[in-house]
Design a protein around this ligand. Structure first.
Ligand code: SDX
Length: 429
């Protein structure tokens, strides 16, 4: 971390150099405040993909990619995954502190109150083909919630903002579970308020109308960890999408549906589904060298799904927790998944390979999550939907934080224009 408060930038020979202020946060890289570059010198900063850009100030999540550190409001992800429950973590992300017992009880009562979907929302599902991908359904259904709350939602009122945020966290389990039950032709189920958040989601997913659902505490705890690990991750693609939509003052339900759309991509939240397809395609440990050779081949677009990260250039701390959870659940269920053996061997071989070492490519959160989710009985198509369920608490926390920042205004990136210069329509045309 430099000791300077300013950085000297040579703007042009005529104008000499200009001091640009350096902004310092609590931790992590400092930032050069470049706003004067455009306002005073008509100069833009060029940073496609925003790899070197701080788009905002945030106090929610801190990621140190070099050290493999992930903190939610200062608490290490490993400690939260081990000791906290998802609703506690959702509260922490939204409000900045772990809840006291009475605060958690109020949150639980709100979740119970808002957890059931409006019966008319259920009719949206019937508009989809039975085999529609759950993420396509979730984008539609969550966006449609805007129509149910748009009129009496004043986002200028903090209490209404918080109510909308909790409504979204409350409704996502039934929205996600109904994507699955609709797909397999089973009647949708409603939340059972005596159950905790994760157990409720599992009973809505796997419960049968013909018998009472028995919660398996090991699976419920594994579900809670999966939700905690995926709850937030700083300014990732989907969270940045939510923030950009939110900056225009759009309805929070519409903003979260933009986050679901962005998360769906295989380079982002869609990777967990793609990892399993990759492992199945490898099929046997003996085929790993071929897969690694393809991943290294510049002429082949093939990549090791679940490997690499925009920010982590070390182990993704979440991957280690998920790997441990996957082993526990497989042992508990007495399942033997050959894909886990392939995944662990693939990790071992890749991490000894110069190509991956040089590029600091390590397993990320998606590398083992598919194995764990499949062991729990989820179909591959639901993996990213579960990621969206978990990430909703992070998305709404960033939405709340942005609404509190009166200096932010609407996001409006510029561009380096490389198109045609001015020209006029041909007279003879
Ligand atoms: C998530 O941002 C977040 O926080 C996301 C997330 C969250 O919680 O929100 O953490 C969740 O999205 C995790 C990432 C899931 N995606 C995947 O697992 C897909 C596979 N990974 C890659 O597509 C890739 O690693 C990215 C997209 C994740 C990151 O890409 P980068 O950092 O932009 O890397 P790059 O494209 O600049 O590549 C750098 C080099 C290149 O080789 P060279 O041109 O230098 O020779 O590394 C290579 C790449 O070809 N590379 C890979 C690779 N990832 C990067 N080579 C093989 N396999 C890979 N997976």
């Amino acid at each position: 971390m430099s000791n300077n408060k300013f950085i000297n930038a040579v703007i042009s020979e005529e104008q000499g150099d200009e001091s640009l202020p350096i902004l310092r946060g609590t931790m992590g890289p400092e930032a050069v405040d470049i706003r004067a570059l455009y306002s005073r010198y008509d100069l833009l900063a060029f940073d496609p993909g925003f790899r070197s850009t701080a788009s905002c100030k945030s106090s929610i999540t801190y990621v140190d990619g070099d050290k493999g550190v992930l903190l939610y409001r200062g608490y290490p992800i490993e400690e939260l995954a081990e000791k906290a429950h998802y609703l506690e973590v959702a509260y922490l992300l939204m409000f900045g502190e772990l809840p006291e017992d009475d605060e958690l009880n109020v949150m639980r009562e709100s979740i119970n109150q808002y957890g059931i979907l409006h019966e008319q929302v259920m009719s949206f599902y019937r508009g989809f083909r039975r085999d529609a991908h759950p993420m396509a359904v979730m984008v539609g259904v969550v966006g449609a919630l805007s129509a149910f709350y748009h009129d009496h939602l004043n986002i200028g009122d903090r209490s209404q903002r918080i109510q909308a945020a909790i409504r979204l966290v409350a409704k996502m389990p039934m929205i996600a579970a109904t994507c699955y039950t609709y797909n397999i032709g089973r009647p949708h189920r409603y939340p059972v308020n005596k159950l905790d958040y994760s157990s409720n989601f599992l009973q809505m997913m796997f419960g049968s109308p013909a018998e009472e659902y028995q919660v398996d505490p090991v699976l419920a705890r594994a579900m809670d960890k999966i939700l905690i690990l995926h709850a937030d991750h700083e300014q990732n693609a989907s969270t940045s999408t939510v923030r950009i939509a939110a900056s225009s003052g759009a309805n929070p339900f519409a903003c979260i549906s933009t986050g679901i759309a962005s998360l769906w991509g295989p380079a982002h939240g869609g990777a967990n589904e793609a990892v399993l397809r990759m492992l199945e395609e490898i099929g046997d440990v003996k085929n790993i060298p071929k897969a690694i050779a393809r991943a290294k081949d510049k002429d082949d677009s093939y990549r090791l799904m679940g490997f690499g990260h925009r920010v982590y250039k070390n182990f993704d701390p979440r991957a280690k927790v998920i790997q441990k959870s996957a082993k526990e659940v497989l042992e508990h269920l007495q399942l033997d998944d050959p894909l886990l053996d392939i995944a662990m061997r693939l990790e071992e071989i890749a991490l000894e390979d110069e190509y991956f070492i040089e590029r600091k490519l390590y397993p990320n959160v998606d590398f083992y999550s598919g194995i764990l989710l499949r062991a729990m009985g989820f179909p591959d198509s639901m993996f990213t939907a579960i990621f969206a369920l978990a990430r909703t608490s992070g998305w709404v926390s960033h939405w709340l934080e942005l609404q509190e920042d009166s200096t932010h205004g609407i996001d409006r990136p510029r561009q380096l224009y490389v198109g045609k210069p001015l020209r006029h329509f041909p007279k003879d045309r």
